[in-house]
Design a protein around this ligand. Structure first.
Ligand code: ASP
Length: 331
């Protein structure tokens, strides 16, 4: 039997987790791009620049060593989940990854999203959530005490993708005002298009939308743009926009959102960006894609210096490092 008085394991009074910065993001959910004004955007972009410099020089640091992220993906993902995991790792934090294994988790036993979130938040300080239903992250945020970061809610929004997209445009072209941005592909179901369009509408830009008739931008979003006085034009041909575009933002047709697969078959090979198409584009412009691509951009275009989509992937890492650190009060 142990008789001596137990020494405390931890000298808890010596250290308390505190926010280092009061940045407006501390403990906030990141659900929609509507939360971001220009000042917030500049703040995150400056932090992302610092993250980039740190990652290049040191590789990792211990900024988030006392924090744990739960990365919860109910829909497939390669880039978003791994970039959040990498972001946390580079900042010295820990990750509970519930991604590919979701079929082995209690969700497959019928556990509700809310119960899963209320459980997982007991283990972590922040949750990144991807789910097939529009509004799922907002619902999770209503119940959760820890911040929820929306990593895609069905055909709704993908705010962290939009932030990295905008950051890429700024880094590549040096400015956003005055640009002509052409969005190409599935504008109806493409959540990255919805989020980026909303962010861009804060700037003095002209927007061109290129899609088949059945996949046009949702009416409410189009009306918002018109109400804000943004110059918009719609067409169904890339050839109508290629010569003037400063940014060609290409997206895949979102097969998983179609209820009628025959409709998908009709539009799946609607367009392809090839070296011949690129020959008509300006010398100073960029081609972006949130990826994955499934035939919209020919592989030969990858050698074109204007192909920015893999640099865009890298920027995603820095933006997510900045966001995680900001939400946890460490940036
Ligand atoms: N990766 C992006 C998303 O999750 C784009 C796509 O899937 O087409 O929305």
């Amino acid at each position: 039997m142990i008789t001596q008085k137990l020494e405390p394991l931890f000298k808890l009074e010596n250290y308390q987790r505190q926010p280092r910065f009061q940045n407006g993001f501390y403990q906030q959910d990141i659900l929609s791009v509507n939360q971001f004004g220009k000042e917030n955007l500049d703040y995150i972009f400056e932090r992302a620049d610092e993250m980039k410099a740190m990652a290049h020089q040191w590789g990792t640091c211990d900024l988030l060593k006392d924090y744990t992220l739960a990365c919860v993906f109910y829909e497939p993902s390669t880039r978003t989940s791994s970039s959040f995991i990498s972001a946390m790792a580079r900042l010295g934090g820990k990750v509970i990854p519930i991604t590919e294994g979701i079929q082995y988790s209690s969700v497959s036993k019928g556990e509700s999203l809310i119960d899963s979130i209320l459980t997982l938040e007991q283990y972590c300080d922040v949750i990144v959530l991807r789910h097939s239903e529009i509004g799922s992250s907002a619902t999770a945020a209503k119940y959760a005490k820890v911040p929820i970061i929306n990593a895609g809610d069905g055909a709704g929004e993908h705010p962290t993708q939009a932030l990295l997209d905008l950051y890429t445009i700024q880094s590549e072209l040096g400015h956003i005002d005055g640009l002509k941005v052409a969005m190409v592909g599935d504008l109806r179901y493409g959540r990255t298009v919805h989020s980026l369009t909303r962010l861009l509408s804060q700037y003095d830009v002209s927007l061109r939308f290129v899609s088949p008739e059945t996949l046009r931008l949702p009416m409410d979003l189009m009306n918002d743009l018109i109400d804000k006085g943004i110059k918009v034009r719609e067409t169904n041909k890339v050839s109508d926009v290629i010569e003037n575009a400063d940014v060609l933002y290409v997206t895949r047709i979102q097969k998983e959102r179609f209820t009628d697969l025959a409709q998908y078959e009709e539009v799946k090979n609607y367009f392809e960006i090839t070296p011949e198409v690129m020959a008509q584009a300006k010398e100073k412009m960029i081609v972006m894609h949130p990826l994955p691509r499934v035939g919209e951009i020919h592989y030969k275009v990858d050698r074109d210096p204007r192909a920015a989509y893999f640099r865009q992937v890298q920027n995603g890492l820095y933006i997510r490092m900045a966001l995680l650190a900001a939400v946890l009060g460490q940036a």
